[in-house]
Design a protein around this ligand. Structure first.
Ligand code: FAD
Length: 315
């Protein structure tokens, strides 16, 4: 029996969440007294995962899997889960993870828990804590099936080093043509993607128009952050739709989320609840966002942002 973790990568590089899911899988494997096996697809250096406790890594290198395709990735994960007799499969709750993980669960006839935030509180019955109601509440979910698929929420468990002398198994798979042609569209407006960013600088209608986004991009660049926006901003065409954050947009689970000229509507907050520290800059002291903020600056963004950039550059 084993616990299988899928460690996703982009252009051959592991995402931070991959180190987190491996750290998590290691602990789950200890809890259920099973071996940990980690699967990678087209990763440049699969042995990087030894540092997080991956004693056995199955590395697949296959040109047919260079572009993400949920059906094909799910088929590969299922094949390796069966080969390794995995009773628990763990992956991340990124957009790709949330696309693939239910498919894997259906194929394995497994119980499924997405957006899991902690180690199982009990292994009998197998109980995991998950985010619920747009991250406003938690639920304890019992998975009673023999096989289980868990999608771990980003930044919920953390990255824990646990170096082991790992074994690398290079494995080959036949990838059936799915007939799906997908094009990879990476919308990176700053230097960092929203999903992987530690810091996100997000702006709303308070910025008045697209011509004022230069200062948002400059602030993001100084902080090494990704840029994001509220829904109306992308609806108005001021920013690309890929940057829209919230209930109907991208979820953000960054360490720092800076919201500039965003009122803090419930639909926006639903997408950023998982971010750790929220800083709000708004000229209206009554803006609802201040209630959800860890730090707030009441002020005009057109004065505050240039000052902030200047201070950060001098720092
Ligand atoms: P506004 O509400 O217009 O707020 C602008 C803010 O800027 C104000 O607080 C104002 O005080 C401040 N401001 C103005 N000038 C300045 C200045 N010079 N300096 C500093 N601050 C200033 N919204 C999302 O963002 N994401 C979603 O996923 C989403 N999904 C939705 C789904 C549904 C079904 C519905 C009905 C709505 C959804 N919305 C979503 C829209 C949401 O309800 C709000 O309308 C939207 O978030 C408001 O965007 P905003 O804060 O940029 O604009």
């Amino acid at each position: 029996m084993s616990v299988l973790v899928f460690a996703d990568s982009t252009d051959g590089k592991f995402k931070k969440t991959s180190f987190e899911v491996v750290s998590y899988g290691k602990k789950v494997a200890e809890q259920v007294a099973s071996n940990l096996v980690v699967l990678t697809i087209n990763a440049n250096d699969a042995s990087e995962l030894y540092k997080y406790g991956a004693a056995k890594v199955i590395a697949i290198t296959n040109d047919a899997l260079l572009t993400f395709n949920a059906k094909e990735y799910a088929a590969v994960i299922v094949a390796i889960a069966q080969k390794e007799n995995a009773t628990i499969v763990v992956m991340d709750s990124s957009i790709n993870g949330l696309y693939v993980s239910p498919m894997v669960a259906v194929s394995l006839d497994a119980g499924y828990a997405s957006n899991t935030v902690a180690l199982p509180s009990s292994t009998d019955p197998f109980t995991v804590k998950r985010k619920a109601f747009s991250n406003k509440a938690f639920s304890n979910t019992i998975i009673s099936s023999e096989k289980k698929v868990i999608a771990l929420a980003k930044n919920s468990f953390g990255i824990h080093e646990n170096p082991v002398a790992g074994i690398l198994e290079n494995f080959d798979v036949q990838v059936a043509a799915s007939g799906v042609v997908s094009e990879k569209v990476e919308r990176v407006t700053g230097k960092v993607t929203i999903a992987d960013a530690d810091t996100v600088v997000s702006a709303g209608r308070g910025m008045k128009g697209p011509e004022n986004w230069g200062m948002i991009e400059e602030l993001a660049s100084v902080l090494g952050a990704a840029t994001a926006c509220s829904k109306p901003v992308s609806d108005l065409g001021w920013r690309p739709h890929g940057e829209h954050v919230g209930q109907t947009g991208k979820p953000v689970a960054s360490n720092l989320y800076i919201a500039i000229g965003i009122s803090g509507a419930i639909q926006h907050l639903a997408g950023i609840n998982a971010s750790k520290v929220k800083v709000v800059i708004n000229s209206d002291p009554e803006a609802p966002f201040f209630k959800a903020a860890d730090y707030g600056v009441v002020g005009d963004a057109f004065e505050v942002i240039p000052t902030l950039i200047e201070k950060l550059k001098a720092f």
